[in-house]
Ligand binder design. Structure first.
Ligand SMILES: C[S@@+](CC[C@H](N)C(=O)[O-])C[C@H]1O[C@@H](n2cnc3c(N)ncnc32)[C@H](O)[C@@H]1O
Ligand SMILES: [Zn+2]
Length: 326
């Protein structure tokens, strides 16, 4: 896998396998040096938009505050593909069919990256994790190091609209709960498609469904439990996100040269449970949480409920799978 400059798209000089030995990477045409901070090469383009700068600031601040190694360790206690009811159940089987040396890229991975489960629990060896926040990736790198994994080429700070990888570098490209942080999903999905090999899989997991997000947001606004109301600092991009509709996702894929495989609805009761602590705090002045047993039961019920035609379009999240046209 070759690294390319996020600005001019030329190959950058240090070979990827040497990237971590080098103190920096270099783009000759741009005469630009990219730093490697805490095992994370920072390959962000110049001139990020205002909202991306705000995202970067927000997530870097999160890395310095709420996010820490304990939280990351807890997140990876079990293989989410089989046991975590909040995450992967809709696309777990896809990975069973793939060879363990399949090159897999996750964009917008954050510190609680989804693809890291594939390294930790499924034996996949060629995982690349990227996010706009070098600080979140730095925490993820510390965690991976504590588990004894080779950090070479594992993390890169990158904007998903300007990925620093050569065309057709990956067999799977995935994004989890991050595409809705962009103002327009099309440039990012086109960029992910560019990095995919023909026939490769694009997985857009757990992006909010406008049909449920809108009424849920309205309820949150009435109860004053939006992130804006409840958090000291919050992601502006998340706050203004409207979510996606199925036809919109279908259009985004077809505009990006990706054939739709399926869109699965996930989270219905689970979505209500996610908000339960905040709602209960509002109504009975106590933050009541629902335990793992309750969450599993909700997922089980969701799978049944989301088969009912009138409900199936009203899940909170949509998990989309596509394949790059050969
Ligand atoms: C809600 S978090 C999801 C993180 C992780 N995928 C998860 O499921 O826990 C959204 C992530 O998108 C990242 N992000 C936002 N804009 C981005 C961009 N333009 N390029 C890459 N990552 C971005 C943020 O830094 C953040 O980590
Ligand atoms: Zn350049």
């Amino acid at each position: 896998m070759d690294l390319i400059c996020p600005d001019c798209k030329s190959q950058i000089t240090a070979a990827p396998q040497n990237a971590l030995e080098a103190s920096s990477l270099f783009c000759e045409p741009c005469e630009r040096t990219f730093d490697v901070v805490g095992h994370v090469p920072v390959l962000l383009p110049r001139g990020l938009t205002e909202i991306k700068e705000a995202e970067l600031g927000y997530w870097n601040q999160t890395a310095a505050g709420d996010m820490n190694l304990d939280r990351i360790s807890q997140h990876y206690e079990d293989d989410a593909f089989t046991s975590d009811p909040w995450k992967m159940y809709s696309y777990s089987p896809l990975f069973d069919a793939l060879p363990k040396d399949t090159p897999i890229l996750e964009v917008g991975s954050g510190a609680l990256t989804t693809a890291l489960y594939l390294l930790l629990f499924r034996g996949f060896s060629k995982i690349v994790l990227t996010d706009i926040s070098p600080a979140l990736l730095g925490l993820s790198a510390q965690y991976a190091k504590s588990k004894g994994f080779d950090l070479k080429g594992l993390h890169y700070a990158a904007d998903m609209e300007n990925l620093p990888f050569a065309d057709s570098s990956f067999q799977v490209v995935m994004v989890h709960a991050a595409l809705h942080h962009l103002q327009d999903p099309v440039p990012a999905v086109k960029e992910m498609a560019r990095c995919l090999r023909p026939g490769g899989l694009l997985i857009i997991g757990h992006e909010p469904n406008r049909l449920l997000l809108e009424p849920l947001r309205a309820l949150q606004r009435v109860l004053k439990i939006t992130d804006r109301d409840t958090e000291h600092h919050f992601s502006e991009a998340d706050d203004v996100a409207e979510g996606f509709t199925r036809p919109q996702l279908e259009r985004v894929l077809s505009e990006s040269g990706i054939e739709l495989v399926r869109i699965s609805p996930v989270w219905f009761l689970t979505a209500l449970m996610y908000n339960f602590p905040y709602v209960s705090e509002k109504l009975v002045r106590r933050k009541l949480a629902i335990g793992p047993g309750g969450r599993r039961a909700a997922v089980w019920l969701d799978k049944l409920l989301l088969k009912i035609p009138v409900l199936k379009d009203r899940s909170l999240f949509l998990c989309t799978v596509g394949a790059k046209n050969p």
